[in-house]
Write a protein that binds this ligand. Structure first.
Ligand code: G6P
Length: 493
């Protein structure tokens, strides 16, 4: 990277994200065990091939990562990363905590998902100031590393709400680079975004506008972003003939992109038919059991991180209402709720996780019988078991309060064995593409969600199969590789 750039340097691609493609656990005996992550970026990047000379810059997230970063001098390449060259930043723990848990996950995530209980929170005080300073430092650490790693004219793809200031900071350090930003979350409406202190709201927007192009998962989030730029910065928003937006502020124009991420159909279909998935299906069938006529019980499946925005508790309330209002479904259906603990360093997430468990227990106590457990809650992240549930699902419940995209809604139809009816929140990004084939719900309306679950269970087999086929078609039309190449192409133009 350093020294005179070769002719190939312009093809170099750098990715920056808080969570990298690999993480490490540290055993008591000092052994490091690597675990490779999944997701759209990981599979998308593998598709652009080794000639891209890609470098992934990420943060060390825990003790294992820190140790791996220390032992390798921060540059991990080779076996652990699947050939990917990774630069892992060992940011001082207090800075990292304040930036990641404080600003990114407790402020920006809450803002974009509209999760505040506004009479009590947010509170912007000295503690917030301290965290914000840390967030600036953490963003600067990324900008420094990227400036060091990037060859002349390289392309840099900066990811998500953790790194909103990076594009602007990087442009100051390296005006020769092509910089893109991508938001994997929704974007907040301007009235809500302006809960943030004025100077912070402006810094976030200016930071992102430092990119040549900043992109979103849906046209809805893109438009809300431009509205914030107009209201907070007084920026000019222009709409091109083909509907593409751009934002001009302080003499610079930033193009706005929309790239809905699709499911990786080839990977999912292959992975979902391996032996470990078949084993998990047999175990799940045992747990689900048979109805009074001896047929396998029907299943309502959800798979999420235990995340406030995923609305798991209202999903359980809706299921409880279904059983209460439609007793004919008792003994005949099981709700497979997979809710994998996430961000457990934050008290609200721990409380929410506990609440999910309590409500699931309460439903089982109220309706369960000797041979029927109405809710089967699994909390241990197990990809093979998730795929097994995907294949078995009669109904998929995807009811987030607000969600950038929601890939589960796209993945289930792709691997479904016998067709699956999709109950989908109109506040999920995926709704923009899947609306015509899904049963839409207002995520707050438990009555409507309960009715949608009933309609979904009663959908005739032919309609269900046909809709699933169409859902799978839409879901796989922009696989991760296409999604990433589209962004690179658009940045180059
Ligand atoms: C969302 C964000 C990602 C994040 C993921 C998991 O999908 O858009 O950037 O990595 O949640 O959250 P975590 O805090 O565990 O990285």
């Amino acid at each position: 990277p350093q020294g005179a750039p070769g002719p190939e340097a312009a093809a170099q691609v750098l990715v920056a994200s808080n969570r990298g493609p690999v993480s490490y656990t540290l055993d008591v005996d000092g052994t490091l065990t690597a675990r490779r992550g999944g997701g759209g970026l990981v599979s998308g990047l593998s598709a652009i091939g080794p000639e891209a000379d890609a470098v992934w810059v990420c943060a060390a997230l825990g003790a294992g990562d820190r140790e791996a970063a220390r032992r390798s001098g921060g540059h991990l390449d080779g076996g652990d990363t699947g050939g990917q060259s990774v630069r892992m930043l060992d940011i001082p723990a207090d800075t990292f905590e304040a930036a990641y848990h404080g600003i990114a996950n407790s402020v920006l995530w809450f803002t974009h998902h509209m999760l505040y209980q506004t009479p009590l929170e947010p509170v912007f005080d000295q503690e917030f100031d301290r965290q914000w300073t840390a967030y600036e430092r953490y963003n600067a650490a990324f900008a420094d590393a990227l400036a060091q790693e990037a060859g002349q004219g390289a392309t840099v793809l900066v990811q998500d709400y953790h790194l909103t200031l990076v594009p602007g900071m990087l442009r100051e350090r390296r005006p020769d680079l092509r910089i893109g930003h991508f938001s994997h979350t929704p974007w907040a409406p301007a009235d809500y975004f302006r809960l943030l202190p004025d100077e912070v709201a402006a810094k976030v927007l200016r930071g992102m506008l430092g990119a040549d192009r900043t992109a979103f998962l849906t046209a809805r989030w893109a438009r809300l972003f431009t509205e914030c730029c107009r209201r907070v910065l007084g920026a000019t928003v222009t709409e091109g003939e083909n509907g593409t937006l751009s934002v001009t502020s302080e003499g610079r124009t930033t193009r706005i992109g929309v790239h809905p991420l699709g499911a990786d159909g080839d990977f999912l279909r292959e992975r979902a038919h391996r032996d470990d998935v078949a084993e998990r299906m047999a175990q799940l069938r045992e747990q689900v059991g048979a109805d009074p006529d001896g047929s396998p019980r029907r299943t309502i499946v959800r798979v999420d991180r235990t995340e406030l925005s995923k609305n798991i508790v209202r999903g359980l309330y809706a299921y409880r209402r279904l059983l209460a209002e439609h007793p004919e479904w008792r003994e005949r259906v099981v709700h497979l709720a997979f809710a994998y603990p996430s961000r457990q360093d934050l008290a609200v997430y721990r409380d929410y996780t506990a609440e999910v468990g309590r409500v699931a227990d309460a439903v089982n106590e109220e309706f369960g019988t000797g041979g029927w457990t109405p809710v089967v809650l699994h909390v241990k992240d197990d990809f093979a078991r998730s795929l097994a549930a995907y294949r078995m699902a009669d109904v998929a419940l995807v009811n987030p309060i607000r969600d950038g995209m929601n890939l589960v809604a796209k993945e289930i139809p792709v691997v479904s064995d016998e067709g699956c009816a999709l109950v989908l929140s109109r506040e999920a990004g995926a709704y923009e593409e899947l609306a015509s084939e899904a049963l839409a719900v207002n995520p707050f309306d438990v009555r409507e969600t309960a009715e949608a679950l009933r309609t979904a269970l009663e959908l005739d087999a032919a309609t269900r199969t046909e809709r699933t086929r169409r859902l799978a078609g839409i879901a796989t039309s922009r696989p991760p590789a296409r999604w990433l190449l589209d962004q690179l192409e658009a940045l180059g133009s």
